[in-house]
Design a protein around this ligand. Structure first.
Ligand code: FE
Ligand code: FE
Ligand code: ZN
Length: 319
């Protein structure tokens, strides 16, 4: 704690000296300072959990995202107890709780397909994913709400909601997150209202899961969907609070976009190289409603690129 600014802040918090009364506040301040920005990137799980956590730590991440299974083929490797134990140790040594881990469902499955066998398959896959994730209690399980494939938005919302109602239980520790979508093709969930409707129908169908569905905000997707991240971040979050409720917001996918506001395209870009731009991204990571959530990069990058983005974002984060 040699930085002059920090000393000034600490003096402001605790007064001129540490005594019994302000010691707790000082400790809390230091804890928060050490925690800082919670950020990670989308990682490969192909060599197991432990290798993935090791990779994440090597790029300066304190959050992680991975695909629960290969999107094509949907194969999933058998759970290896040693691997799980080693990954856990590595996570706890590095102060990464499971609530900073996003397990992303394969985006090629579709809970509101017009084809019944696709819907049934999606339910089976998601149910099995949730069962497996209970080995990492408190993990965030993120999924795309699906494409209605011509059935209409209302049918899509209902089918996705019924999928959630049937796979979720009151006992599960895994937090299911609906991702905000860009609205390409017949995708549902590109407005906060549609996401609220999915949650409402799911919770009405299965009242035991009330309050257990969260939301993951994707900055590329919402900007593409017509929420103006550059000029109206405050307005977007006010709207989110009004329609869904900010307590549901559990994670942020931090991506720039290759396409302009309202394009409904969903093409991610490296932070600062896209239409959203570095200044708006800086406001996102520092916004009072977002700054303590786990952020995850899904930008077109290799590990070195992610490490550079994470380092840049840490310098832009105001502690
Ligand atoms: Fe996604
Ligand atoms: Fe995303
Ligand atoms: Zn995307």
């Amino acid at each position: 704690m040699t930085n002059r600014v920090h000393i000034i802040i600490i003096k402001k918090i605790i007064g001129s000296h540490i005594n019994k009364n302000n010691h707790k506040r000082f400790k809390n301040y230091m804890k928060e300072k050490a925690a800082g920005l919670i950020i990670g990137a989308h990682m490969s799980i192909s060599d197991g959990y432990t290798a993935m956590v090791r990779d994440a730590i090597s790029i300066g991440a304190n959050a992680i995202q991975y695909f629960t299974r290969n999107p094509r083929g949907y194969g999933v490797r058998a759970l290896d107890e040693d691997d799980i134990k080693n990954a856990f140790n590595l996570l706890s040594e590095n102060g990464i709780p499971c609530s900073h881990i996003i397990a992303h469902a394969p985006y090629t499955m579709n809970p509101c397909s017009a084809k019944e066998d696709v819907r049934r398959f999606t339910i089976d896959i998601m149910r099995e994913d949730i069962e497996r994730l209970e080995h990492f209690p408190g993990t965030l399980y993120n999924f795309h709400p699906g494409s209605h494939t011509g059935q209409g938005v209302d049918v899509g919302i209902k089918q996705t909601a019924l999928c959630l109602a049937s796979i979720m239980t009151a006992e599960q520790k895994t937090v299911v997150l609906i991702e905000t979508m860009a609205g390409k093709g017949t995708e549902i969930g590109h407005s906060f209202e549609e996401i609220r409707d999915i949650i409402d129908v799911a919770e009405a169908e299965n009242t035991s899961i009330k309050g257990k569905i969260g939301v993951c905000l994707d900055t590329c997707h919402i900007n593409d969907a017509g929420y103006d991240v550059i000029n109206d971040l405050d307005g977007i979050l006010e709207r989110f609070d009004l329609v869904i409720g900010l307590k549901r917001l559990r994670a942020v996918h931090l991506n720039d976009s290759k396409n302009p506001f309202g394009s409904h395209k969903d093409r991610h870009e490296i932070i600062g190289n896209g239409e959203i731009g570095i200044q708006a991204i800086e406001r996102v990571i520092n916004h009072p409603h977002l700054r303590s959530l786990p952020f995850c990069l899904e930008t077109p990058n290799d590990l070195a690129g992610y490490a550079a983005e994470i380092a840049l974002l840490r310098t832009l984060y105001k502690n």
